[in-house]
Write a protein that binds this ligand. Structure first.
Ligand SMILES: [Zn+2]
Length: 362
């Protein structure tokens, strides 16, 4: 599966996308209310088929007649999203896996972000997309390969609309076997530290955007909420967030491709947030950590290479990679000498070597 993102040119037809999105939101909230009532009465949640049947009946009533404007598969998709959310929540309750910690909740229209079409309701033809029969122009950056599975129409915080087109195309990368393996530590100072002592920093342009982000955020906090200036800065901020996200995605893809070209086995720490927080600041770190790992796993899978996740509690930092003895280190100790075998270690490289060894053992 491959997902393409295309930005749509501003159009007078945008108001229809807004209307469809609002209907999807209304249906979402209606279903949540139903599910909650059902849960109170019967102590379980209703399955998606029963919900779908109920909605089909409602559409016949004058009060809900406007729901018919939204493609019925898009309505079905709202029900499926709710179903998935409840399943993830109940899985979490049963401790089967992490999942989501709270059941799905009501959503305001302005926060509802997207609706999804399956086989019908869209046509993509050259640089044009027809959504429910109305034409929108695409910034078409790439040709679409494979058969289209779903089209998600998505509203960004900047007010721009995007199409996310998912196809069944399997991108294959022909990277040769190298016989090499590597361990990586999300460094404190550097973005990544590799077990062969290579340190990878986040690119300068990304750092510049991040300081601009700080400046705008500070600027926004000085404006009166709701004022025209406030709205203006808020839009600028949303635009910059979008810009940073796409710069970061490009950087991550390039890095992931480089790593998969060089190594057959890549060991990483599972869920280490410490380095990311130092590097990106809190808000960015939440997105960045998971995103890089996801991209790396995606690229590795398409290149037939292996990513091995090491238990985050494994003492990779505080073990000497030469002799295996445990040491006590404080965060200040950037380099240290093993009291047992005398090896001199760079803190992050030593950790990366341990991660590599654990990955190879796994
Ligand atoms: Zn040692």
């Amino acid at each position: 599966m491959l997902t393409y993102r295309f930005k749509l040119y501003k159009s007078k037809n945008d108001k229809y996308l807004e209307a469809y999105n609002n209907i999807a939101c209304e249906i979402w909230n209606h279903c949540i209310a139903l599910e909650r009532r059902y849960y109170r009465l019967f102590g379980k949640h209703q399955n998606k088929y029963a919900l779908m049947k109920h909605l089909t009946k409602l559409k016949r009533l004058p009060k809900y007649a406007h729901w018919k404007k939204l493609n019925s598969q898009a309505i079905q998709n709202v029900v499926e999203r709710i179903d998935r959310s409840y399943k993830a929540f109940f899985d979490h309750v049963k401790q089967k896996k992490g999942g989501r910690k709270s059941p799905p909740h009501f959503c305001k229209k302005k926060n509802y972000k997207s609706f999804t079409l399956k086989q019908t309701g869209y046509v993509i033809d050259g640089n044009s997309a027809y959504i429910m029969g109305r034409r929108y122009k695409l910034f078409k950056s790439r040709n679409i390969e494979g058969a289209i599975k779903t089209v998600t129409v998505k509203k960004m915080p900047t007010g721009d609309w995007y199409l996310c087109v998912t196809t069944d195309h399997e991108a294959k990368r022909n990277y040769a076997r190298t016989g090499n393996s590597v361990g990586m530590d999300f460094g404190f100072k550097d973005f990544l530290v590799l077990s062969d002592s290579v340190k990878i920093q986040s690119p300068e342009y990304l750092k510049q955007s991040l300081s601009e982000l700080k400046r705008l955020s500070r600027n926004l906090s000085l404006k009166t909420e709701g004022s025209r200036n406030y709205e203006k800065v808020k839009r600028q901020l949303a635009k910059l967030h979008e810009h940073i996200a796409s710069q970061r995605r490009d950087f991550f893809f390039k890095l992931a491709n480089d790593l998969c070209r060089k190594y057959d086995i890549i060991g990483i720490e599972d869920l280490s947030l410490k380095g990311m927080q130092a590097l990106w600041g809190r808000k960015e770190s939440d997105l960045a950590y998971g995103e890089f790992v996801q991209i790396l796993e995606y690229v590795a899978a398409s290149a037939d290479k292996k990513v091995v996740k090491i238990d985050r509690w494994a003492p990779s930092t505080k073990t000497c990679s030469e002799c295996g003895c445990r040491v006590e280190l404080s965060l200040k100790d950037r380099t240290w000498i093993c009291p047992h075998c005398g090896a001199v270690h760079d803190r992050d490289v030593n950790a990366a070597i341990n991660i590599r060894n654990l990955a190879l053992a796994a």
